[in-house]
Design a protein around this ligand. Sequence first.
Ligand code: ZN
Length: 269
Amino acid sequence: MRRRRILAAGGVLAGTVVTSVASRSPDEHDLVSAARHPGSGDEPETNTESILPNTDHETTLYEIDAPRDGPTAMIFGGVHGDEYNGIDVGHEIAEGWYPDAGTLAVVPETDRVAVENDEREGIDGDLNRHFPVDGDPESELARGVWEAVERHDPDVVLDLHRSLGIYGVHRQYVGQAIFHSSDARGDELAAALNDAVPWYLPMHRFVARESHLSGPLLFHKAARELDAVAYLFETTSFLFDRETKNEMTRVMTAALLERHGLLEAEGKR
Ligand SMILES: [Zn+2]
């Protein structure tokens, strides 16, 4: 149905691309809708904790416990402070997503100084380069974040980002890609996302790429040291406005939670 509706708006000019994508109802994707509505049974319980309390970096981690046992997923937004999709969707999850099983931990503003300054980097530079192989995290913030990751011991980690261009087209950019550990469901998630990418934007189709995991990135360290299934998500600013990037981020997150056993599609409840 979604595809037919977009086709009906076919023949649009590039200038209206953003509008027609963003005007889709946010509830249109079944899994996003399922995430926003509690299933039958008890409602999840939400607790908060502070990462690095009483420091400049102090930021909130929200833990949403579903009524049924299941895996633990950790989601990070704002590792780069000017990438609003992860920050916006992180807050949405904290305020109104309901996993059916397991525990969902979300940190919407991981580098809070960077978020408040509306900049990619915070006090000690690029947080997503502070998690080296075979070594301790390299900044106070990275140590605080990693301590929280170890404490929650997630089965799944998702780090939400935004690129400025298109993977394989703009050489320095990696937009519309899912980087993942070897045991992840990258191809399935890319396919789920591509269902939401209009046919007239073929360059915007998502690609899934297994990562070598040898870099100093948060999702690399989670995969290497905790055996978490780990993902880094990149949507793009190229032709997409804020709401469209947010919608791609919501769809990715909900599809991932479903694939990893925290969320059921509404028809299956
Ligand atoms: Zn980023």
